[in-house]
Design a protein around this ligand. Structure first.
Ligand SMILES: NC(=O)C1=CN([C@@H]2O[C@H](COP(=O)(O)OP(=O)(O)OC[C@H]3O[C@@H](n4cnc5c(N)ncnc54)[C@H](OP(=O)(O)O)[C@@H]3O)[C@@H](O)[C@H]2O)C=CC1
Ligand SMILES: O=C(O)CCC(=O)C(=O)O
Length: 368
């Protein structure tokens, strides 16, 4: 970064905080991007190689996502440097130290993201009194456990059927990342007639053109194993899910999974972005130019934050699913229709729609 304000533009970030606590081994970053529409909501990511830039890009994605979904919340995100699979006591210490460090940052409401879950959010709430994606016993709606985002992905895919040549019934689906988003997206797409042909996690990829067994894959993950432990499937140690022979690709892991280097190998005709910022801009442009329909992250994966917002405002699980279905169906349809009418990339249209809402909200502030 050549200038410390390189990350800034007219929207934000409002705050970029480095949080450290040597005694607890804490190294974390919080980015509150924009709070014009209300206090920011966004997940807490725990991974060994997270950066300030990744956090800022994710926080901006939340600003756009929350605005596109019409939520009374701005965007923020936090990252904690660390291995999410450390023993529970170690993880709890880190999460509690992180919570303590953000206690006064009332413009940020933490939720779960990669490497954190409902229990982590319970520890955050215990420390500072605010968090979403809480366990049921605390009155929360455990958004990862119920698969709020995966459900929204399937709704987006259903809408996308009308804008491309892919039919969910019989479609071959490849999923990168088999965590909270990936496995529930798989479940809901299979329910709609699709066949899972490739799945990956950090251990590698398993492939079977005849279909992979969802229940067995989930059992392996629940037992702390990699999907590559599945017997009887072809295996690849790397990122073969991205270039697998399939009709629908769901990237549901880390940012920048689809790049200029692998985009030519992508065979899917429809990509529903489950992860945040899973494709480099140039790669997404190349896909659009080739006629591949890409439903952008902040439209397709809004299920989690819609659920989080419903929880924060006292709603029920049933209300959350209703809101996810209604908002994602309407937004995906609006974005894909406008994109088709104007021959534009869906992301261009979606961004304009979200920015319009953020700017309108900013117009009500004393300092806009
Ligand atoms: N949870 C939610 O509601 C939402 C999540 N998202 C985004 O979706 C993505 C996934 O989140 P979530 O499912 O919650 O995270 P989880 O931590 O539950 O799962 C992440 C999955 O990705 C896998 N993974 C990590 N690195 C790689 C890699 N290089 N190649 C393939 N797989 C990999 C992990 O493997 P392993 O199991 O081996 O660790 C794990 O299966 C993130 O980008 C997140 O920001 C977006 C909206 C909402
Ligand atoms: O607040 C949450 O945990 C869910 C929202 C989120 O982080 C996301 O959509 O990426």
């Amino acid at each position: 970064m050549s200038d410390i304000f390189d990350l800034s533009d007219e929207l934000g970030p409002e705050k970029v905080l480095h949080l450290t606590n040597a005694a607890a081994g804490l190294k974390a970053v919080l980015v509150i991007d924009n709070t014009a529409a209300g206090p920011s909501i966004g997940g807490v990511r725990m991974a060994s190689d997270v950066t300030v830039e990744e956090c800022a890009r994710l926080a901006r994605a939340m600003t756009l996502k929350n605005a596109a979904a019409g939520l009374p919340h701005g965007g923020g995100k936090a990252v904690i440097v660390g291995d999410p699979s450390v023993p529970e006591l170690e993880k709890m210490t880190l999460i509690r130290a992180f919570s303590d460090a953000i206690a006064e940052m009332h413009g940020y409401i933490p939720g779960p993201d990669m490497g954190t879950n409902e229990s982590c959010m319970a520890w955050v709430r215990d420390e500072i009194g605010r968090a979403v994606g809480l366990p049921r016993v605390l009155g929360g709606i455990p958004l990862d456990e119920i698969g709020a985002t995966g459900f929204g992905i399937a709704v987006a895919a259903e809408v996308a059927e009308s804008f491309c040549n892919v039919r969910l019934d019989g479609a071959r689906v490849a999923i990168q990342g088999f965590g909270a988003v990936g496995k529930h997206a798989a479940r809901h797409l299979i329910h709609r007639g699709a066949r899972l042909v490739a799945v990956s996690d950090s251990g590698g990829t398993v492939l079977n053109p005849g279909g992979l067994p969802l229940a067995e894959l989930i059992t392996l993950k629940d037992a702390g194993k990699s999907v590559t432990a599945l017997p009887g499937a072809a295996k690849d140690p790397g990122e073969a899910a991205i270039t697998a022979d399939c009709d629908i690709l769901i990237p549901a892991a880390r940012p920048d999974a689809i790049t200029e280097d692998n985009v030519d190998g992508v065979k899917a005709q429809l990509i529903i972005e489950g992860a945040n910022i899973p494709a480099r801009a140039a790669a997404e442009t190349a896909l659009h130019d080739r006629g591949v329909l890409v439903v952008p992250d902040f439209i397709a994966n809004a299920g989690g934050v819609i659920c989080a917002s419903v929880e924060y405002h006292g709603g029920t699980e049933a209300t959350a699913f209703h809101a996810i279905e209604e908002k994602i169906r309407r937004n995906t349809n609006e974005v894909l229709k406008r994109a088709s009418d104007t021959d534009s990339a869906p992301r261009t249209v979606a961004r304009a729609l979200a920015l319009e809402r953020v700017r309108e909200a900013m117009g009500f502030r004393r300092f806009t």
